[in-house]
Design a protein around this ligand. Structure first.
Ligand SMILES: [Zn+2]
Length: 287
């Protein structure tokens, strides 16, 4: 089951039929979909049915001043590209910029995944203009999604940061916690980045222990979600409480508590994997 199933059905079906690729086809008469980003925000246009990404044969037809483009693959015969728009450029008035976080509710899961893929590739390009080993300007690899150093040969691939996130259950109660960064009154599941040498389960158990002082058991994988802000891959678990009393670290976690599933506080919005993990447990009931 997908993490967005509980939230909405896809309306933009075309994005469900995406086939990834790296090298653009030689046929330049194919229509193209352009996922263009300026300072991390998506360039959109109102096509009469709401906000959409622009489509045109070539980018110059759209009058979008750009720096770099990347071919991402194809959707039902249309080429899909990621575009890095020039940072200081003034866009023509028909375009507007949208934060992807808001689009997780407004658009379908497949749209969000594709837009997130484009955003990550654009950001990766910006962050890897130079070789991290010797400082020489990198070049884009002709066949692979990679950037190569012409001086020392070091290859840099798109960066992904695995992040474990999970719901801890205790019968009819679940553990939710508040980070100081959250909106006022909101509680969520615990999460943290995986460290070198850890299994995903070890990472989740360590994060839980560090942040709230609890031991957990029966750690089970549930689902995952790419989170392109800027390059996380959220890996979602469910686990049962094993031992210990809640003791928050006071830094990453300000407050944590066991909440009965019929008396939940403000929780993250639909579309997030955290919300999916919570809804799934509440709907399935106590195991
Ligand atoms: Zn180098």
């Amino acid at each position: 089951m997908s993490w967005a199933v509980l939230t909405k059905l896809p309306k933009d079906m075309v994005y469900q039929h995406f086939t990834p690729g790296v090298v653009a086809p030689l046929d330049n008469t194919r229509p193209s979909i352009w996922f263009a980003f300026q300072a991390g925000k998506l360039v959109m246009v109102d096509d009469g049915n709401g906000a959409e990404v622009p489509e045109a044969l070539s980018l110059s037809d759209l009058n979008i001043p750009y720096d770099t483009t990347y071919y991402l693959g194809e959707c039902q015969g249309k080429s899909v590209h990621a575009v890095q728009v020039l940072e200081q450029a003034i866009l023509p008035p028909e375009y507007f910029l949208k934060d992807l976080r808001g689009l997780i509710i407004e658009k379908s899961e497949s749209f969000f995944l594709l837009a997130g893929r484009a955003r990550q590739i654009v950001q990766w390009d910006i962050d890897h203009l130079y070789c991290s080993r010797c400082g020489t300007k990198t070049v884009t690899h002709p066949q692979d999604r990679a950037k190569e150093c012409p001086q020392c040969g070091y290859t840099q691939y798109p960066r992904l940061s695995p992040c474990v996130i999970g719901l801890i259950t205790r019968g009819s109660k679940i553990l939710l916690a508040r980070s100081p960064k959250f909106p006022e009154g909101m509680f969520s599941t615990l999460a943290g980045f995986v460290e070198p040498g850890e299994t995903l389960e070890q990472a989740f158990a360590r994060e839980v222990n560090e942040e709230v002082g609890l031991s957990i058991q029966h750690i089970t994988y549930i689902s995952s979600q790419p989170w392109p802000f800027p390059h996380s891959l959220m890996i979602g678990f469910q686990a049962e409480y094993a031992d210990g009393d809640i003791k928050v670290d006071g830094i990453e976690i300000q407050e944590a508590d066991w909440f009965p599933i019929d008396q939940l506080p403000l929780i993250p919005p639909a579309g997030s994997i955290s919300r999916y993990l919570i809804d799934r447990y509440v709907e399935n009931g106590q195991r």
